[in-house]
Write a protein that binds this ligand. Structure first.
Ligand SMILES: Cc1cc2nc3c(=O)[nH]c(=O)nc-3n(C[C@H](O)[C@H](O)[C@H](O)COP(=O)(O)O)c2cc1C
Length: 298
């Protein structure tokens, strides 16, 4: 059994390197990052902390999501007799072979129902299609640069910072990575669904994680939903923006699940939405530019 160290919320495997006569640490679940070495456990922890910081700084500079994403697909090689026994066991349990393997691995890996650093967004969410359309329209403009930020990539658990974000004492790597991302921008276009007359818990949670990084910036909204096309989710977000000192523009885009998603599924926005989106982007770009002055002065 290998030893596991937790450094700033990220797990690392510890082994002994006989050639170097040193302990070796290797982070798990990061999208990259170097191994780290030291002569004692306490020195290894300190080295790991340094190495993690360097990696997160590089990710921040390059705009890369720091955590590795897992596809859930990999090849497994079994002995033929194990394969046969598994097929028989799956049939006896009235399960697919895939489910049998998944259950067995989950048991050994002790996967809990809601593991930490697991995306908290809905699996079949419509936001990526809507956000892609916003990016396509924004990409035709020459007055500002736009980037797509998907909260799912940051795998934020339910807010787990011990100190309120307005104090600016972020302690977890996922918070630091999220803060570094949001800090880069002058303004935002939030794409939100309507859940029970508000925004989604996942978006609210991601917003709640930070404070200063939102302040004195501009925002516009694109919503989608059924009866009110997500308008109530935007009203909810406007209240939140006030507390975060975000200047939210008037124009907004409200997409209807009935009229802008064929069969409630395939996103096909009616043509009039593009004009509305352009007006909203005009306002967000103008206010984002104006508010830069305020942040420089602060
Ligand atoms: C938990 C939940 C609550 C919802 N509540 C509302 C609602 O109050 N008003 C509305 O117009 N649509 C509501 N809907 C419909 C969603 O807006 C619609 O399913 C949308 O596609 C969800 O966004 P998503 O696909 O990004 O998860 C709700 C959906 C869910 C899953």
């Amino acid at each position: 059994m290998r030893n596991i160290l937790e450094i700033d919320g990220v797990k690392a495997v510890v082994s002994f390197d006989p050639e170097l006569n040193l302990l070796r640490g290797e982070f798990l679940g990061l999208a990259g990052g170097a191994d780290f070495y030291a002569a004692s456990v306490s020195a290894l922890k300190a080295e790991g902390k340094k190495s993690l910081k360097v990696f997160l700084d590089v990710c921040r500079e390059k705009g890369i999501a720091p955590y590795r994403s897992f596809s859930g697909r990999f090849n497994v090689r079994l002995k033929p007799e194990t394969h046969e026994a598994a097929v028989l066991a799956a049939a006896a349990a009235d399960k697919s072979l895939n489910d049998l393997v998944e259950d067995a691995i989950a048991k050994v890996a002790q996967v809990s129902e809601a593991p930490k650093l697991q995306p908290v967004t809905r699996p079949a969410r419509k936001a990526p299609d809507v956000a892609r359309w916003v990016m396509d329209v924004a990409g035709t403009r020459g007055d500002a640069a736009f980037e797509l930020v998907d909260i799912a990539d940051f795998k934020l658990p339910l807010l787990d910072e011990p100190v309120p974000p307005s104090m600016g004492q972020y302690s977890k790597p996922h918070t630091k990575a999220w803060a570094a991302k949001i800090e880069q921008y002058d303004g935002f276009v939030f794409v939100t669904p309507e859940y029970n007359h508000g925004t989604s818990g996942a978006l609210k949670n991601a917003i709640d994680y930070l404070y200063r990084e939102w302040n004195n910036k501009a925002a516009g909204f694109v919503s989608y939903g059924t009866t009110a096309s997500g308008a109530r989710a935007v009203e909810h977000l406007r209240l939140v923006m006030g507390e975060l000192q975000v200047a939210d523009v008037r124009a907004q885009v409200a997409l209807s699940l009935f009229d802008d998603f064929e069969g409630f599924t395939t996103f096909q926005p009616r043509p009039q939405h593009e004009e509305r989106l352009t007006t909203m982007l005009d306002q967000v770009v103008a206010w984002s530019r104006a508010l830069q002055q305020l942040r420089v002065a602060a």
